[in-house]
Design a protein around this ligand. Structure first.
Ligand code: NAD
Length: 274
């Protein structure tokens, strides 16, 4: 069902489906989107310091009747705050805005290899984890070689890696690496920000299952073992995107979707992005 979870390697349960709030305005828009999601049954919200809406996320969580411990909240340390002390301070600032006394998942937003500070930043996340301020820690936009570096220098293997993941870019190498190390892969821009809705293969499969293309993609994420966080601010789409737990895509159709991969990113290569 909509609240079904995957178990991270430290035993913490994370919902397979969450609401992404990138580009959602702070204030009423983010509050309304999150309330619509919680009412539909979502229990996971993905924000980031750079999204500028942590206050609104906190407001929605403060106002809902859903108990705090039932909601899984993710935020991320932004690029300007790499480094041990800077990351600790950034965490405090996010928690202040969110108005929370603990977080569920804290991620390093980008590896920024040119700055050479992600290992140091990771040590700050390990400290926050050991101090009980966050239930799980992870990374975002990390390639296998960045993860190798973390794993060889650190005590705690990341529990999650959140990356660009959709039928055109299925991250085979990173996914295999993550499976090998029990790191849960999570999809950002699972719907390719709307870029897949005219795809003929997806159209055909959607018709076969009497589902929308968005629902087919979200279901494909979950069936490939990837946590997914589609974004919408419209309550009917928020509900539509969660209505994916009453059917299963057959193997032959999964393979047709896998075959859409072109290894082309929509966004920057993490080795080049800073
Ligand atoms: P997405 O792929 O989720 O696409 C969202 C867009 O698709 C919406 O704005 C809407 O226009 C459309 N849409 C959504 N549901 C639809 C439906 N049922 N029917 C028709 N259209 C629909 O894009 P995203 O917001 O970039 O990614 C999702 C989340 O991933 C973000 O909100 C954010 O939380 C996260 N993210 C993280 C990173 C990172 O670097 N870690 C980068 C980008 C996004």
């Amino acid at each position: 069902n909509i609240q079904s979870t995957t178990t991270l390697h430290n035993g913490v349960k994370m919902p397979w489906l969450g609401l992404g709030v990138f580009k959602v305005e702070d204030g009423q828009q983010v509050v309304d989107s999150i309330k619509a999601a919680l009412e539909t049954g979502y229990r996971s919200i993905d924000t980031a310091a750079i999204y500028g809406n942590e206050e609104g996320v906190g407001k929605a969580i403060g106002e809902t009747s859903v108990p705090r411990e039932e909601i899984f909240i993710t935020t991320k340390v932004w690029n300007a705050n790499h480094g041990y002390e800077a990351a600790l301070a950034a965490f405090d600032e996010s928690m202040e805005k969110l108005g929370l006394d603990y977080l569920d998942l804290y991620l390093i937003h980008w590896p920024l290899p040119s700055k050479g500070k992600f290992v140091e930043t990771w040590k700050a996340l390990e400290k926050l984890y050991k101090d009980g301020r966050v239930r799980a820690i992870g990374v975002s936009n990390f390639k296998a070689h960045h993860l190798e570096e973390i794993i060889s220098h650190c005590e705690i293997v990341p529990m999650v890696n959140q990356v660009e993941y959709h039928p055109r870019f299925n991250q085979r190498e990173v996914h295999d690496f993550c499976k090998k190390h029990s790191i849960q892969l999570e999809a950002w821009s699972p719907l390719m920000q709307g870029g897949l809705f005219e795809d003929p293969t997806l159209k055909e499969i959607a018709e076969k299952y009497n589902k929308s293309i968005a629902q087919i993609i979200i279901r494909w994420d979950i069936q490939t073992g990837v946590v997914t966080i589609p974004k919408s601010v419209k309550s009917h789409r928020i509900a539509e995107n969660a209505d994916v737990f009453d059917f299963e895509i057959a193997q032959e159709d999964m393979e047709k979707i896998n075959a859409l991969n072109t290894d082309e990113r929509m966004f920057a290569d993490p080795d080049e992005f800073d």
